[in-house]
Design a protein around this ligand. Structure first.
Ligand code: ADP
Ligand code: UDP
Length: 235
């Protein structure tokens, strides 16, 4: 399969049409942004790591009955995916306090929550992705109740699969963001799962192995991404 016209260039990926109207090719970039695009930089090797990590975990999800957009890895940075209509919700699951949650609730980071939480942000750059709930999503016509039910069920399942898998690699899954899309009337998992979209801490040292190293200028950003990739054992 070959790339045709560039349909979209986002902050982390380029999206190309293909000869098949049902398929896209995504190409992962090394560009990194944070704080609504105000902070910009490059994380050398990130594109390949995020592409290969996403495909690796999406295959695990498929094996556990979670449908995904994954079709075929073309190269280090490029993958064929099913073309979906993205549901404009960022779905965030948390197992430990961190980031905006810790800030909003006046908590330290790294406190284990009594149960996982799920929240939605409305994917809208002009509005800076505001926090909304499922009633808002329904009232605004962003998704139907059936879609929200599928998304919720799949998101918690993704959490269970990833938590267990990363624990085996000595990594604590703190929180993450996922996106879903509509494909021939079905909800499937789309976009990516990577150190850009997850908080991943070393279980022993609690060292951050994710994009917070870039956001917060903690140093060793590339090393952290490489370390996660190394532990996946997919070289
Ligand atoms: P952003 O748009 O936030 O800058 P990216 O650089 O990751 O993000 O761009 C990728 C875009 O492609 C995102 O808007 C994402 O929602 C969208 N996308 C991801 N997977 C698919 C898919 N299978 N079909 C259609 N669009 C997708
Ligand atoms: N996240 C993301 N994209 C976003 C916002 C959040 O991938 O646009 C991820 C982030 O990496 C973290 C989780 O979602 O793993 C929760 O992020 P949070 O709400 O704490 O926001 P942040 O602290 O990143 O502003």
């Amino acid at each position: 399969m070959e790339k045709k016209e560039l349909l979209y260039e986002g902050k982390a990926k380029k999206v190309y049409a293909t000869e098949d109207p049902d398929k896209l090719i995504v190409s992962y970039k090394d560009d990194a942004t944070a704080f609504d695009g105000q902070k910009k930089g490059t994380i050398v090797g990130k594109g390949a790591i995020n592409n290969r990590m996403t495909n690796h975990v999406f295959k695990l999800f498929e094996a556990e009955g979670i449908p995904t957009h994954f079709v075929e890895e073309l190269s280090d940075r490029e993958t064929v995916v099913k073309k979906v209509e993205i549901v404009p919700l960022e779905v965030i699951i948390r197992n430990f306090s961190a980031g905006s949650f810790a800030k909003k609730l006046g908590m330290e980071e790294g406190i284990k929550l009594l149960c996982p939480t799920l929240e939605f942000s409305y994917k809208n750059d002009d509005l800076h992705d505001p926090f909304i709930n499922d009633y808002y999503a329904l009232a605004l016509g962003l998704a139907t109740q059936e879609e929200i039910d599928d998304i919720t069920r799949y998101a918690f399942k993704v959490n269970e699969v990833m938590k267990k898998y990363f624990a085996g690699l000595g990594i604590e899954l703190i929180d993450f963001k996922i996106e879903f899309g509509r494909y021939h009337g079905q909800i499937i998992l789309a976009d990516e799962v990577s150190p850009d979209t997850c908080r991943l801490w070393d279980m022993e040292t609690r060292e951050k192995l994710d994009k917070d190293r870039f956001r917060r200028d903690l140093g060793n950003v590339e090393d952290a991404y490489q370390e996660v990739f190394r532990r996946l054992g997919i070289q």
